[in-house]
Every structure is written in C-alpha cells, then in structure tokens.
Design a protein around this ligand. Sequence first.
Ligand SMILES: Nc1ncnc2c1ncn2[C@@H]1O[C@H](COP(=O)(O)OP(=O)(O)OP(=O)(O)O)[C@@H](O)[C@H]1O
Ligand SMILES: [Mg+2]
Length: 382
Amino acid sequence: MVDFLKQITSSFMSAKNNSVIGIDIGSSFMKVVQLKRKNGKAILETYGELALGPYADAAIGQATQLSPDKITPILLDLLKEANVTTKNAGVSLPLQSSLLSLMKMPNVDEKKLAQMIPIEARKYIPVPVSEVSLDWWVLPKREEQVVDGSDPTEVKKGEGEEKGPGRNMTDVLVVALLNETINDYNTIISSSGLQNAFLELEVFSTVRSTFGHTSAPVLIFDMGARTTKIAIMEYGIIRAQHIINRGSQNITVALSESLGVPIARAEQIKRDVGLVGKGNDADASATAQLIVDHVLTEAQTVLLNYERKHNRMIKQIILTGGGVLLKGLYEKADKEFETEVTYADPFSRTESPAFLAPVLRDAGPEFAVAIGLALRKLEETG
Ligand SMILES: Nc1ncnc2c1ncn2[C@@H]1O[C@H](COP(=O)(O)OP(=O)(O)OP(=O)(O)O)[C@@H](O)[C@H]1O
Ligand SMILES: [Mg+2]
C-alpha cells in the first residue's frame, strides 16, 4: 500500500478485545492510537499516521479537504498499516466546526435549561439553530465571580445571598457544532465500520491527554498544517477559541517560493533547518521566522485580551500539533510569552516500552488529540 505512511508506526503488543482507538483526522495527517487497560493503566498498543496530501495530489504535510467517501478508504488503510485490532473508537471533530458562546441564563434546573438554551442560542449563533447541535456546560460559580472581576467577598457585604448581585443568573457556555460536519463524520464512522464511536471536539481530547483537570487557565496552541488553533481552557472547559489563519504549510509554501524549490523539497528544508539555520540556511530560517512571528504575535494578542477581559492570568501554554516540532519554535515561544511554555507529552499518560520513550516524546505533539480520544474511550469501556 501507500509508501508515504510515516515510518513511526509500530506494533509491539498483542491486542485483545478490550482495546480502544482514538482517530484524529487532521487536514494534513490522519492519526490513530490504540490503547488497552491493564491493572488500571493505559497501555500503548500501537500508533500510526498517514499523510493525506498524496491522496489529494498534494505533497506530504500539505492541507487537504477530502470528502467522507475519500476519507474512509484512507482510514481503513491506516488502521491496517498500524496493525489496529479493534473498531472501538473515538473520533475528533475539528475546532473550526464549532461556535462558542457564553450565555447568561437564569438559575434553573437542568431540564428547564435544556429547553431554554436552544431558544436563547438564536441570539448568539449566526446560523439557524436547526443547522447546529448544541452542547453546554454551566460554569462553576466560584470561577464566575473571579471571571467577572468581582470580589467574591463582596456578595457577603451586600444585601444577603439571595438578593446579591448575579445570584439568580448563571453563566452557561454553549458550543454549537455544525450538523453538516457531524453528518460527514457519521458517514465516515459507519462506512468504515467503527463501533460505539463517539465524536469529540479536538481541544477536549488534547486537554485530556496533556494536562487533565486544572482550574487555572491554560492556553493550547495547536499548530496544524492549514491553521493554528488557540483554545483557552479553565476547569477543563473551553472558555475562548481563536483560529489563526496560518499554519505550518504556510512556511513550506513560503520556502518553496523564496528558494525556488518544489513543495516536497521545501517541506524537507523546513523540517531540517527550522528557525535555527546558519550560513547557507540562514535565508530559509528568516523566511520561516516571518510566519512564526505572525502566529506568535496573534496568539499573544489572544492571551492578553483574555487576561484583561477576565482578570485572570494564563498559567501555562501547551504547544501541540505537528507544526510546533519546527526546530527553534519552542525557544522562540518561550522567549515571547511571559507564561510557562511546555510541549505536549501525551504519551507520558500511557505505558510503553522504555526504548520508545525518546521517539514518543518527539511524536507527542502530533498525537495529543488521538491519545485524548483513546483515553476517553478507555474510561467509557471501564
Ligand atoms: N518535524 C517537523 N518540523 C516542522 N514541521 C513539521 C514537523 N513535523 C510535522 N510538521 C508539520 O506539521 C504539520 C502537520 O501537523 P498536524 O499533524 O498537527 O496537522 P493536522 O492535524 O493535519 O492539521 P490541522 O490540525 O490544522 O487540521 C504539517 O504542515 C507538517 O509539515
Ligand atoms: Mg490537528
């Protein structure tokens, strides 16, 4: 089969029925991770990725837009090549398919809220409510007070709990997912024979595999091929999202144009040289630097706006997505942001043979979504 399967696919354990897989269909690479539970631990059984570019007459690393009927055979190829032995799956939905709104709702019970939210959502969502599926979270009260910038003690000084400010209203975070996207993914799930599959917005998968539950705000910086996705999470809930219209393929294209080389060669130069090229490679690094600067500046603006608006400091920035593997990007980001910057290390949540540790650490940012999905599936499988 396809000879552009990245040579990191490995299979080193025998799989049983209680195995689960996480599938991340990115714009440039499709990834899969298979886990199973043993003695309460998540054991890594196999993982692999496949470049989508060559299926769309594009180079490896380039973004694609493939229809569900094109995706299904590629997915089946990947499952075969990675020696996947189960169809028990979680599949990620791209952040671009979601719309996020923070709504003020009265303090009513869950059932009433479920009736009210679709009606209220009409005011917030720029497409007909019939075209989206809604999911929501009531935000923790304690956080609401901090987010509002109000002093939590102020309530006590007021006229009493019941009549205090904001007492009868609650913040609800509503995520709307386009039905069209959900239908496309359901088509892929059924035509590839996946079983008991769930769909999850990719940032939630990343959160699960990278930092679990922390109350402090964390910024996820996911540099893919086409775009860079910024998500700010608090209490494991997404609080803000922003899509930067530049991704790692922009570096490749810029290198191809400025050096006058084919895309495939430019992709290799990008990976070999990154931001740290000297001598003959200095020009290539300067070209890459322009795009990285653009992305980091926009991410910095998102971060500062959030901190100002909510009066909360971002505690950590997590770099994820294949684009952050660019040589020198970590150092650049670490210098640029005043906040602690870390690479996603999702494989550390799994048990694997020690000899694979360095490889898995390096591949981590690419597999954060797939691992997060598999971890949820493991939890659900029990
Ligand atoms: N070692 C590396 N150095 C530089 N860039 C890399 C490296 N490895 C992968 N990339 C780039 O990362 C991008 C792929 O990242 P990733 O797999 O996260 O994207 P994706 O999930 O397909 O995209 P998206 O999330 O935007 O849909 C490609 O453009 C690729 O060129
Ligand atoms: Mg991705």
